[in-house]
Design a protein around this ligand. Structure first.
Ligand SMILES: Nc1ncnc2c1ncn2[C@@H]1O[C@H](COP(=O)(O)OP(=O)(O)OP(=O)(O)O)[C@@H](O)[C@H]1O
Ligand SMILES: [Mg+2]
Length: 222
């Protein structure tokens, strides 16, 4: 489990695909000098999520744990596996045992099927480590985020808080906190130039490590 002193283990999940999970994973991996694991990568494109995190977080290769599955097509894992004529073995999805912090990035959103009868959210429940939900800042986020939170809560999944990604919105953070009753870990700004230097500046400015420690402490005291 997560120890507040020096080991942080989180699942980075999003309200949708393309919501900023990889970028924010890179922020956390760099800030916490943690291991990173993308268990299922669908689609290779110009770079995989693991390669993007390695490039942005600039951690040693040993911190990037090999994917359990890499499928060729950028579609939902259940279909991507079928297209590649592969069968997902759930044993391969068990959390890796690492000596240090760990960031796990899910494939897409919570209700993405991993197989024809198994959803990502069921695997998240099995993993049993806290979830950080990445959501977008702008229009559409209230519906997507509150639905995602409801699905997590219904399954008693431990949610550490939200990271709101994108151009600052005047009302959504307040509305999301009020309806979800969840803390906002960070409002991650839209950035023109994404590099490790800017990630360091944002990590410090948003004081994320202290925020994580105090949120974990307050959960322990409940
Ligand atoms: N705050 C931001 N500022 C600038 N660009 C951003 C920001 N957030 C995300 N992006 C860009 O949007 C794209 C999608 O982000 P990212 O790859 O992190 O999403 P994802 O949720 O990991 O997607 P997937 O579901 O494919 O894993 C990337 O090109 C990323 O650099
Ligand atoms: Mg990603």
């Amino acid at each position: 489990m997560t120890s507040i002193k020096n080991q942080f283990k989180f699942i980075i999940c999003g309200t949708d695909t393309d919501i900023g999970k990889t970028l924010i994973s890179a922020l956390f991996v760099r800030g916490l000098n943690s291991f990173y694991w993308k268990p299922i990568q669908s689609g290779i494109g110009s770079e995989t999520d693991s390669q993007a995190v390695k490039r942005l977080a600039k951690v040693e290769q040993g911190k990037i744990i090999n994917e359990a599955y890499i499928f060729r097509e950028p579609v939902s894992p259940h279909w991507a596996a079928e297209k590649d004529q592969k069968i997902i073995n759930f044993q391969q999805l068990n959390l890796p045992n690492v000596d240090g912090s760990l960031i796990v990035e899910t494939a897409g959103g919570l209700m993405v099927p991993i197989t024809r009868n198994y959803l990502q959210i069921e695997q998240i429940k099995k993993w049993g480590i806290p979830v950080i939900l990445i959501c977008k800042s702008g229009l559409g986020t209230l519906n997507h985020t509150l639905l995602s939170v409801e699905a997590l809560k219904k399954r008693n999944i431990n949610i550490l808080g939200l990271v709101i990604n994108g151009k600052k919105h005047l009302d959504n953070p307040k509305t999301l906190t009020e309806f979800s009753n969840l803390p906002i870990i960070a409002e991650f700004p839209y950035i023109q130039e994404i590099d490790s230097n800017n990630l360091d500046i944002i990590w410090r400015e948003l004081n994320i490590k202290n925020k994580l420690i105090s949120l974990l402490k307050s959960k322990e005291n409940k």
